[in-house]
Design a protein around this ligand. Structure first.
Ligand SMILES: [Zn+2]
Length: 320
């Protein structure tokens, strides 16, 4: 009876262990690491002794005799796929083969905590940096556990793109690994950044108008009767030392983005796909005067605004 054909997308061939260079190469390998699932990895004792004080100690202890083997055998707790990834982090003629942050975390814990390869920390951080954008909380937790403040800072900054304090989010599982005050510090940083970012929509002293009259922002000097002025609940809007009758379409976007910055301090105010951005363009296009230069002026303004948000966030202190 023949076996059924593989399903579409099903991996047809799996890596079998040991794979090169952990195969028996007479003259080049002199010790065996035997995994918990019974696979023998042939390695060079000199390399392992050089990279890890734990391996070095391990090899000086008497090993169990195995008459079927030509080399001494060291039993390790790792499974064959895990040991393969661990060895490929530092072994010559290899490349790291991790497919996810979970795999990387596991390998790092073994290398740094179990085998005490402190010299690998700069390299480990570089690998973790690849996941800062996609999973900043996990990287933050990992950085905290190891006291890596530079990586923690990068991850904390990346959380500013998330509504971290939204009450309807599930609690990330990784947070159970750090004390409450460590996470509270992150939340406090996030909150302070959100206050500072939102303040760019209430304290307008950072706005300087372009010098050339042809480049003056249209929403500040439009007087078309059909283009409604914003009725500010907080009194006159002062920009560049002058009270302005700012157009409603602009303030709807500006105030709306301020609300978003209050929950997501590093939200991209230049995102052309954001509903508020699309709506403001549509509204500006309804006015003959505003429509004339709206794309050019908004591009200039939002560029300055994004830079201002970055500046105020940079001024907020963060540390573990
Ligand atoms: Zn107008």
């Amino acid at each position: 009876m023949s076996s059924p054909p593989p399903e579409a997308n099903e991996p047809i061939q799996r890596v079998s262990f040991p794979a090169f260079p952990f195969v028996n190469t007479p003259g080049q390998t002199d010790i065996i690491l035997r995994t918990s699932d019974g696979v023998d990895f042939y390695v060079q004792l000199a390399i392992l002794s050089l990279v890890s004080p734990v391996f070095e100690t391990m090899f000086t202890l008497p090993q169990a005799e195995d008459p079927s083997q030509i080399y001494p055998v060291i039993d390790v707790q790792e499974t064959s796929p895990v040991l393969d990834r661990v060895l490929r982090f530092f072994y010559p003629c290899t490349q790291l083969t991790v497919d996810s942050l979970d795999e990387l975390k596991e390998v790092i814990e073994i290398l740094i905590t179990k085998y005490d390869m402190q010299w690998l920390i700069p390299s480990v951080k570089k690998h973790l940096e690849r996941y800062v954008a996609s999973d900043p909380i996990t990287v933050y937790v990992f950085a905290y556990m190891h006291g890596w403040e530079d990586l923690g800072r990068a991850a904390a900054k990346e959380t500013l793109k998330l509504p971290l304090r939204a009450s309807d989010d599930d609690t990330p599982e990784m947070l159970t690994l750090i004390p409450a005050d460590a996470y509270h510090k992150l939340l406090r940083y996030h909150y302070r950044c959100s206050v500072a970012a939102r303040q760019t929509t209430t304290d307008l002293s950072w706005i300087s108008l372009p010098q050339a009259s042809t480049a003056a922002y249209r929403w500040f000097d439009c007087r078309q009767s059909s283009c409604t002025a914003y009725n500010s609940p907080r009194g006159p809007i002062v920009v560049a030392s002058k009270a302005r009758l700012v157009r409603h379409w602009f303030m709807e976007y500006f105030v709306g983005m301020g609300d978003i910055l209050a929950s997501t301090p590093a939200a991209d105010v230049r995102d052309p796909a954001h509903p508020l951005f699309i709506r403001k363009i549509d509204k500006a296009n309804e006015c003959d005067y505003c429509r004339d230069r709206v794309s050019n002026h908004l591009g200039h303004f939002t560029g300055l605004w994004a830079a201002r948000i970055q500046t105020v966030i940079q001024e907020i202190e963060w540390k573990f």
